[in-house]
Design a protein. Structure first.
Length: 271
């Protein structure tokens, strides 16, 4: 679910729109605008789980709520929602879940949980960067790939300035790789499964926002603007020295429903 805590998996089906079920659901306000941790930091503390064909949401001390993984068609008509500049048609999911979310998040506007309306296809507004296949409710690209060595390099900078280290959850990746040197992933290129099962096309570097300053365990924002400040210094981009980049917007190339797994061997494309 967009902007809630993620789920670690050992293997999972993947396709042109990303990992199966990834960001298939989204929370919107009364105007249909999507809301995230940028505005409601407590979203980071809502845990998600897929179990017994249901999506379960939980929050420490506030119990849990769930809804069917395959939502039944709602009687009410679809309505417009906004994901950045993209206008989508969405379907309301569950009034029971809405009540629970509003109690937890305490937003000034009434919140609703939505899924993409049946038979509606979001158009990819940046097809020159990400191809023709739009993600469901992800910000832009269907996938975000990060590199463990890049995180280690960032933490070394943080430790040098006596700032607390961070873990990969700050950056909300879909896929984490190891074996490349720090920030070497930022070369736009394909990473190909060694047995040819699939490829990951690295489109371009992901510009980060203030969300990486939120502690995923407390939802508290770092008073020193870290790790954003150190990241902008340690990984400057040509022509954009004040912007922080981490990870790569990424596309999947392969058969729909291919299984991607922890430990998959990848290599650089020879192209």
């Amino acid at each position: 679910m967009k902007s809630l805590a993620g789920i670690d998996v050992v293997q999972w089906p993947i396709g042109s729109k990303g990992l199966r079920y990834d960001r298939n659901w989204m929370i919107v306000d009364e105007e249909g605008q999507f809301v995230t941790q940028r505005k409601l930091a407590r979203m980071a503390l809502i845990h998600t789980e897929i179990r017994d064909q249901r999506v379960h949401l939980s929050f420490d001390g506030e119990g849990s709520v769930s809804f069917p993984l395959a939502c039944e068609p709602a009687c009410e008509p679809s309505f417009k929602v906004q994901v950045w500049d993209d206008e989508c048609q969405a379907q309301h999911v569950s009034s029971q879940v809405d009540v629970w979310l509003n109690r937890i998040l305490k937003h000034s506007s009434t919140l609703r949980l939505v899924s993409m309306a049946k038979n509606f296809e979001r158009q990819q507004s940046q097809s020159d960067r990400f191809g023709e296949d739009a993600a469901i409710f992800a910000d832009a690209a269907p996938l975000l790939l990060t590199n463990q060595s890049s995180l280690q390099a960032l933490n070394e900078v943080l430790e040098e300035t006596q700032q607390a280290s961070v873990d990969m959850r700050r950056f909300r990746p879909n896929i984490v790789i190891e074996g490349l040197s720090a920030f070497a992933e930022q070369e736009p290129q394909d990473l190909v499964h060694s047995e040819g099962n699939y490829a990951l096309r690295l489109a371009d570097a992901c510009e980060r926002c203030v969300m990486i300053q939120l502690d995923p365990d407390s939802a508290e924002r770092n008073a020193n603007a870290e790790p954003y400040r150190s990241l902008a210094k340690s990984n400057p981009q040509p022509g954009k020295p004040k912007l922080a980049f981490f990870g790569m917007n990424c596309l999947f190339v392969g058969l729909e429903g291919t299984m991607i797994a922890v430990g998959d061997p990848l290599k650089r494309s020879s192209k």
